[in-house]
Design a protein around this ligand. Structure first.
Ligand SMILES: Cc1cc2nc3c(=O)[nH]c(=O)nc-3n(C[C@H](O)[C@H](O)[C@H](O)COP(=O)(O)OP(=O)(O)OC[C@H]3O[C@@H](n4cnc5c(N)ncnc54)[C@H](O)[C@@H]3O)c2cc1C
Length: 412
């Protein structure tokens, strides 16, 4: 039994990055990663994009080469779930009944797809989407084309899956509660841009609409009945209606929970020796002075690094500007900033019609978020956007939309 050292609960990007950072910082004590899934930590973004489309393979997924853990004396326990924690005893109980003691504990338990209590959701051909198994199963269903596919959910994952389904030659209907897809993330104007992109590829939108029932025959899905009574034929239904942070362990142990595990900017929870990172953490962000829970790759990556340094007693704060990206058809998009600070529609540089633009969102004259679509990488749009946000400098909409002023020359 380990009596000291670091235990990481969760073998996703945040947990694995923390383990890598601990060793990179020279930590020589024991590091144990408890990973409920049967695979070494892997990246999820390809699951709904290139991996789903078959344009990248298994090699694109691992966070670290499989032999990295053994070579670096990290005890990676696959298929091992922590079922309880006792902060007073600094102990974690595993699903095999054994106990691990820790000096520091990182909760990097991620998130789970939100479930909807729909009649028929247990039928074969109905899926949520989070794991590599989900991606493989959905790819098998989509790859031959010619199927009726219904996506329930108009957020990023639903839209990426709709793109893949359509590229494979399936008939796709996407339904969701919003009037415009992605409106909650990027507002109606740019949500409308993505909607038009999909419609040009034949995707049908039913918005706003909710599913009332999934119909089936002999245990297999045959359709989705909407709340207005329309019956959509379906060979595959994917429910992608968001995620909920996995906070069960922390909650049962009495840690502070509010839309995730509450932490300070150094990813310390209010409980001695316990840290949280990634999708599960709701961390204080120094830029806004508010708690911010991000469900994005860069937050898990940076959070894993910060948590590791914090556990070692080093000065570390998660103060990077949140970043995310998506690829759909011929559109490659990156976004940085704080959607919670946005007030009003974006200012556009470039052309939505040409599918090449930068959108800036402002609040009181300052840029608080920005998104570049198919913008030349040589212009380093994300670097410029992040510098603008970080500077808190006032900048006029006219200057933001003036393509003759290079992005890097905008006030910062
Ligand atoms: C399909 C898909 C596409 C995405 N695309 C993008 C994208 O394009 N851009 C972007 O920025 N972000 C994207 N994301 C989001 C990004 O992948 C997540 O933010 C990131 O995976 C979060 O990492 P994490 O380590 O916090 O959590 P997770 O990846 O969820 O890992 C947590 C792990 O902990 C395990 N676990 C939970 N509880 C326990 C326990 N008690 N004991 C042991 N193990 C436990 C879970 O099984 C899981 O394996 C995507 C996500 C998905 C699902």
């Amino acid at each position: 039994m380990a009596t000291e050292g670091i235990v990481i609960v969760g073998g996703g990007l945040a947990g694995a990055t923390a383990a890598k950072t601990l060793r990179a910082e020279g930590f020589a004590g024991s590091v144990t990663v408890l990973a409920a899934e049967p695979h070494p930590p892997y990246l999820r973004p390809p699951l709904s994009k290139d991996y789903l489309l078959g344009t990248s393979g298994e090699e694109a997924l691992p966070v670290a080469p499989e032999d990295w853990y053994g070579a670096n004396d990290v005890d990676l326990r696959l298929g091992s779930r922590a079922v309880a924690m006792d902060p007073a005893a600094r102990a974690v109980t595993l699903d095999d009944g054994s106990e691990l003691h820790y000096a520091s504990l990182l909760l990097a338990t991620g998130a789970q797809p939100r479930s909807v209590p729909l009649p028929g959701s247990g039928l074969e051909g109905v899926s949520t989407f989070r794991t590599v198994e989900d991606s493989r199963r959905v790819r098998r269903a989509l790859a031959g084309g010619g199927r009726n596919v219904v996506m329930v959910g108009s957020g990023w994952i639903g839209m990426e899956l709709a793109a893949a389904a359509s590229i494979y030659g399936n008939t796709v209907t996407l339904m969701g509660l919003e009037e415009v897809p992605l409106a909650a993330a990027i507002g109606p104007d740019l949500g409308g841009f993505f909607r038009s992109l999909h419609e040009a590829h034949g995707v049908r939108f039913l918005l706003p609409a909710s599913a009332a029932e999934i119909t089936g025959s002999s245990g297999r899905v045959t359709g989705v009945r909407t709340s207005t009574g329309e019956l959509l034929p379906a060979d595959l239904v994917v429910i992608a209606v968001g995620v909920v942070p996995e906070v069960g362990l922390a909650e049962a142990a009495g840690l502070g929970i509010r839309n995730g595990i509450l932490t300070d900017a150094s990813l310390r929870t209010g409980t001695q020796g316990v840290f949280a990172a990634g999708d599960a953490a709701n961390a204080l962000h120094p830029f806004t002075g508010e708690h911010h829970r991000s469900e994005h790759w860069s937050n898990a990556l940076n959070g894993g690094k910060v948590a590791a340094r914090s556990m070692l007693g080093l000065e570390a704060r998660l103060d990077v500007i949140p970043y995310s990206y998506t690829d759909q058809y011929d559109v490659s998009m990156e976004y940085s900033g704080f959607s919670s600070l946005v007030s009003g529609p974006p200012v556009i540089r470039g052309s939505l019609q040409d599918k090449q633009f930068v959108a800036f969102w402002q609040r009181e004259g300052r840029v608080v978020a920005g998104m570049n679509v198919n913008w030349p990488r040589s212009a380093k749009p994300q670097k410029a956007i992040k510098a603008l946000i970080a500077s808190r400098a006032g900048v006029s909409p006219g200057l933001l939309m003036d393509s003759s002023v290079p992005l890097e020359e905008l006030p910062a």
